[in-house]
Design a protein. Structure first.
Lengths: 200, 200
DNA sequence: TGCAAGACTGAACACTTGTTCAGTACGGTG
DNA sequence: CACCGTACTGAACAAGTGTTCAGTCTTGCA
């Protein structure tokens, strides 16, 4: 899980991230993390002061990772889909605990979750505004709500991953699943899903 | 919160539901519920045997409520939007803790959450299949994934309510907010959001 | 070599948790 | 009336929690 020559501090952080992601931060004790990292519980308090500060530091590291991913995306690739989920699956190693951790962040009332959502929302507003200006979207008189709609739908895939996998039999975050999902989403957002009530 | 002539057992159930919905079931102690219901902690164990069985009973009552709502919807109204969120906001009293509880259910790995999602998924599959047969939808070769997409987008509104309210300034589950949201959703699903890459 | 600073631990602390249990109050039935 | 079952409580228990602390081991610098 962690490279064996990592410092104890780094091992604590990495294992805390994994455990928080898997079970939710409130369900993980200092002793759990200590056992996973192979250190004594007291060492965690020595390095981080309190359980809460460890949690905050994990939050900050996650936010920093996303800042890095967004920067990398902004410089290298062109603006393609502006999908947070695709950004994550493309930029993170396959077994990364980060998607699960983000799920926990967004669903609890943590300030880090609010920060991430707010950042993604502004990104969505900007991208859709650019597309508006380029004439690539159908006009709307409620761009704020439309951005929220698109972002929420994007995150829904992440939040409901398990349930969607249960229902359809395919992990929607796998390569194959994501492709099917993206096909549906793209089709829905361009051609629509329902036919207009007054055809002609 | 609860009618004063309700039995202690009913008061315990109602207060447990509210507290579970607000904080998440794992963050609520037996003593918390006892204090809210105005009884001793031991009485909760007397009526329900264990904390876990109380939790299960709350889950069952929530599922029963949704069964009732779905039945009522099926008999009275015609199939309009098949939106779970609209079903909830229309069929529940304004201050109901149920939406928040469902959020908790769906986010944790609880069997009750899986049960609800599976039920809603089948409902979505059926409704879209009917619309397919009636020629009210654009054709797709992946109806299973399309149903998952529509359902996930619907639930996203519920799961991300707080964040959407923070970002847009409007509670998307309020009457006004829901109307704006529905307008966006309907427009997106009929006319599309993005213009096709090859216009003509 | 000596010493200071940091990494690190085991044991203990005060507290909260779910649960048990003996016992009280009460309401209906024989 | 006596009796029994049920609702209900206060006190206690064992286990788990975050945190503290005195003390050991190691490392690098004077």
């Amino acid at each position: 899980m962690t490279s064996p020559n990592a410092t104890s501090r780094e091992r604590i952080l990495a294992n805390a991230l994994s455990l928080f992601a898997a079970r939710g931060a409130d369900a993980v004790s200092v002793r759990d993390i200590a056992a996973a990292a192979g250190v004594s519980p007291a060492l965690i308090l020595h390095h981080f002061g309190s359980r809460e500060r460890l949690r905050q530091e994990v939050d900050e590291s996650v936010i920093a990772t996303f800042d890095y991913l967004l920067d990398a995306e902004a410089t290298t690739a062109s603006v393609t889909t502006a999908s947070v989920v695709e950004l994550m699956t493309a930029g993170l190693p396959p077994g990364s605990p980060l998607p699960a951790y983000v799920r926990q962040l967004v669903l609890t009332n943590s300030p880090a979750g609010s920060k991430l959502f707010k950042r993604w929302y502004e990104l969505t507003v900007n991208v859709t505004a650019q597309m508006d200006a380029a004439g690539q979207t159908n006009p709307t008189d409620d761009p704020a709500m439309r951005a929220a709609f698109l972002l929420a739908n994007d995150l829904a895939l992440l939040l409901l991953q398990r349930h969607i996998e249960d229902a359809t039999g395919v992990d929607p975050l796998s390569t194959a699943g994501l492709q099917r999902w993206a096909t549906i989403a793209l089709g829905a957002y361009t051609d629509g899903v329902f036919v207009p009530p007054h055809p002609e």
